[in-house]
Write a protein of this length. Structure first.
Length: 444
């Protein structure tokens, strides 16, 4: 019995250094702040706080900071970063240069840990940090993935959010390689330590065939037949006495048909005119959007279907169209529809927009690589550059997946000259030049 106890004690002495070196699974630490400092989702005023690990995942860590007073509770993400020099003791790591005149904490080192856990900031704060510090700043953009944008994300949502790295780079009109007219811009790339499985945003690509051409055709045919009927009635006929009664009946029927065709033609023209007026009104609202709002990336209140949330411009094609909050039938008659579940303009993800091939997106027939695309919303103007086009079947929803960098996907029906529901979709791929609004002020 004594021998077993001796062996057990020796085992503890032998393996305890290894266990303690790895650190506890959910470490915690108390700390004091003497100057106001920012962490993701909160500002720490001078006082005492506790930070601890809530959960560890394959590519991220969920952290929580609580104040001793109980007035601050912030849960956010972190990523292990072995490139950051570890301090001599447990404590915070700060960014070298303040952002917007404020001090941001870069991460935290727990005693006995293998690396510093770098904090992941919301997009707006990460842009400010990246502008002031020559490093890649971890960021998330919950609003671009249909999540809440405040500090109430659930742990389940935090596990699924896409992680990004933002950095300040010199970017020219044609991309990162063009240095002749390069300007400082915020570039975004996906954090790809672990590839996440992405669920499709929608089951099928939007149907963007408009009924307007068919309505115009019906109206034209109605008016044409009315004219032919009027000509027929004006022709003099020499009829025998036995056919006079039958001819009178035929003329009355022809008159009724003529009036019916006139009514049908007028209704068709009126329908198209109403849609045209609605589109003009939507365009007028969209042209008023573009006043930059400081530190505003995603609207606080989710817009309703049909609301105007911005506009799209492709100067080389003379294309300018409103962007509505959904892509249902009524929204596509008024503008270009944003596909819910995809990123917002300038968001860290893939922005999906759908439009009619015979109205707003008709100019896409002439789109070419390296053309500039502007998305304007209340937060500012975002500049994209066209990379490529492709023709796919409606079930190829993978064109909306989040790529290794923020992208824009434009969708319309194909062929462009097809009458009715077209069998394929025309896709335009573009990438974001700057994750900061108006990061590239002029592109030629």
């Amino acid at each position: 019995m004594r021998l077993k106890a001796l062996i057990f004690c020796a085992s503890l002495c032998l393996f305890s250094p290894t266990v303690w070196a790895a650190g506890p699974a959910t470490p915690a630490a108390d700390f004091t702040i003497s100057n106001p400092s920012h962490i993701p989702g909160a500002t720490l005023e001078p006082g005492s706080y506790t930070i601890h690990v809530v959960s560890r995942l394959s590519d991220r860590v969920i952290l929580k900071v609580d104040s001793v007073k109980g007035d601050v509770h912030s849960t956010f993400l972190g990523i292990p970063n072995g490139n950051i020099q570890k301090p001599s003791a447990s404590g915070p790591v700060r960014w070298a240069n303040p952002a917007d005149g404020s001090q941001y904490l870069k991460g935290w080192y727990f005693s006995g840990g293998s690396s510093v856990i770098e904090f992941v900031y919301p997009k707006a704060e990460a842009v400010a940090i990246a502008t002031s510090n020559p490093a890649k700043v971890p960021a998330v953009d919950p609003g671009s993935e249909g999540k809440v944008t405040d500090n109430t994300l659930s742990q389940e949502d935090m596990q699924l959010l896409t992680l990004w790295l933002l950095s300040l780079e010199q970017v020219g009109p044609s991309g990162a390689g063009d240095t002749a007219s390069a300007k400082p811009s915020i570039k975004a790339e996906r954090y790809t330590q672990v590839a996440n499985v992405q669920k499709p945003v929608i089951k099928a690509l939007p149907h963007t065939a408009s009924r307007i051409p068919l309505v115009w055709l019906l109206g034209f045919c109605s008016f044409f037949r009315c004219g032919a009927s009027a000509t027929d009635r004006a022709q003099p006929y020499i009829l025998s006495e036995s056919r006079v009664v039958a001819a009178g009946v035929d003329m009355r029927v022809l008159g009724y048909a003529e009036r019916l065709l006139w009514t049908c033609g007028l209704l068709c023209v009126g329908y198209c005119l109403v849609l045209g007026v609605q589109a003009k009104e939507t365009q007028r609202l969209a042209e008023r959007i573009g006043e930059p709002l400081p530190a505003r990336i995603v609207p606080d209140v989710a817009p309703a279907a049909g609301d105007v949330i911005g506009r799209i411009e492709i100067p080389a094609l003379a294309l300018s169209a409103p962007i509505t909050a959904d892509y249902d039938k009524d929204s596509l008659h008024r503008g270009v529809g944003h596909i819910p579940g995809t990123a917002v303009p300038g968001g860290l993800g893939t922005v999906g927009l759908a439009g009619h091939r015979d109205s707003f997106f008709r100019p896409l027939r002439r789109v070419a690589a390296k053309m500039e695309v502007r998305l304007i919303d209340k937060s500012g103007t975002y500049h994209y550059v066209v990379d490529s086009t492709e023709i796919v079947s409606p079930d190829k929803v993978g064109v909306l997946n989040i790529a290794s960098r923020p992208e824009l996907t434009l969708i319309t029906c194909f062929p462009f000259d097809y009458v009715g529901a077209a069998p394929e979709r025309f896709i335009v791929h573009a990438h974001l030049l700057s994750a900061s609004p108006d990061g590239v002020s002029a592109i030629h």
